[in-house]
Each structure stands twice: as C-alpha cells, then as structure tokens.
Design a protein around this ligand. Structure first.
Ligand SMILES: [Zn+2]
Length: 210
C-alpha cells in the first residue's frame, strides 16, 4: 500500500501522558514543553460510515453523546472506542491549546500554542450541528464545563452568522415538509370521510401546524 504523505510528521515519542483530569474523566497532559505547531498524535479508531456509526450509537436514546466519535469527512466517522489510541483522552475546551487537523481523511492533533510541561491538552470538539439541537441539548447533552473565561457553555460548534442562516433554512424546509405532509394527511382523511357519508358536515377542526 502506498504511504500517503501528510504535512507534518508524528513525533517518535508521544509528548503527553494520560491521567485523571479535573475537567472530565481522564485527560492528556504534556510531559515536556510542546512547541507551537507541533503535531502530537493521530486520532485512531475504527473507521465507520455515518450510517454504521448511527446504528451503533444513538445519542438521545443513550442519554449521552459519544465523545469517542470523530467526523473525519462526509463519509467517515472514526470510532476511537474500538481500536482507539490516547488521542481519545484529549478533552474539549472553548479556549484550546491544540486543534484537530484533517488531512486526506486522517485526523491529527496539533499544538496551536506553546504548551508547558504538565499542562492539560485540549482542542475544540466543535460538534457539527444539524439544526435539530434544542436549547436543552446545548447545555445538557452537549454542555461544556471547561471553565475557560470565554466558555460558550456547549461543545457544539460555534454558530457563525452564515451557519445560523443555513440552519434556519434547513429548519424552515423541514417545517414546510411537515406542514405539507400534514395537509396531505388531512386532505386524505377528509376525502375518506366524505366518501363515507356525503351529507354529514365535517366539523373536525384541523390542528394548525407550526
Ligand atoms: Zn467551554
């Protein structure tokens, strides 16, 4: 198999250790000074399609999002719960010192500032939104407790103006589809009733949809 080239090389020795974190469960801590821009680790795990990952984990049914999943590209999700390495222990922060870098479907974690020995490593998870998130999800299921001064309270991606507009269009489209489906259902029900008794007036109120 041809070796795919990536921009930066991985270090020979992993520059961090995994131990208990005050933020959440386990965390990754620098075991030496890390320079800004250094590549730290590749995020490994089983590669799944989105459908496979959805089948494996249901966020809402489980009551907790699965923090070991990483969206590598529109067709691939990396599940670090299966065959994952220490990259899965790097916690989220709204004021991170690392970032995730996706190159040719592979995911790496790079330092974006100098990190002192002993400091915990973080990157912004910025979970993708699809417009179905409720305000409760925002701080409940996807709540953030990073404690940084500019904590946005959620590990969901920050909503830019453009993204907000796109989400609104999507939500509107879904509402329109629902409305049309409801109208169709009401029409069919009415037609059925009409054919049953032509003289009886239909007094049933149609529930107004959003
Ligand atoms: Zn935060």
């Amino acid at each position: 198999m041809a070796r795919r080239t990536v921009k930066k090389q991985l270090p020979l020795d992993q520059p961090f250790v995994v131990r208990k974190s005050r933020i959440a469960g386990k965390g990754a801590f620098a075991n030496r000074t890390i320079k800004k821009g250094e590549r730290l680790i590749e995020y490994l795990g089983e590669r799944l399609t989105h459908a496979q990952s959805d089948a494996r984990y249901d966020d809402h049914a489980g009551g907790a999002h699965h923090t070991f999943l990483f969206n590598a590209n529109p067709s691939t999700v990396i599940d670090a719960y299966v065959g994952g390495n220490d990259a899965r222990f790097i916690n989220h922060s709204c004021a991170p010192n690392c970032e995730s870098e996706i190159e040719r479907g592979r995911v790496f974690v790079d330092a974006i500032k100098q990190i002192r020995k002993g400091d915990e490593l973080f990157y912004d998870y910025a979970y993708g939104r699809d417009g179905t998130e409720t305000p409760e999800d925002e701080t409940g299921l996807y709540g953030c407790c990073c404690g940084s001064r500019n904590c946005r309270g959620s590990i969901l991606e920050e909503v830019t103006k453009a993204k907000k507009a796109r989400l609104e269009v999507g939500a509107r489209r879904r509402a329109d589809q629902e409305e049309r489906a409801a109208a169709r259902a009401a029409y069919t029900a009415k037609a059925k009733k009409k054919s049953k008794s032509k003289t009886k007036k239909n007094t049933t109120k149609t529930k107004k949809r959003r």
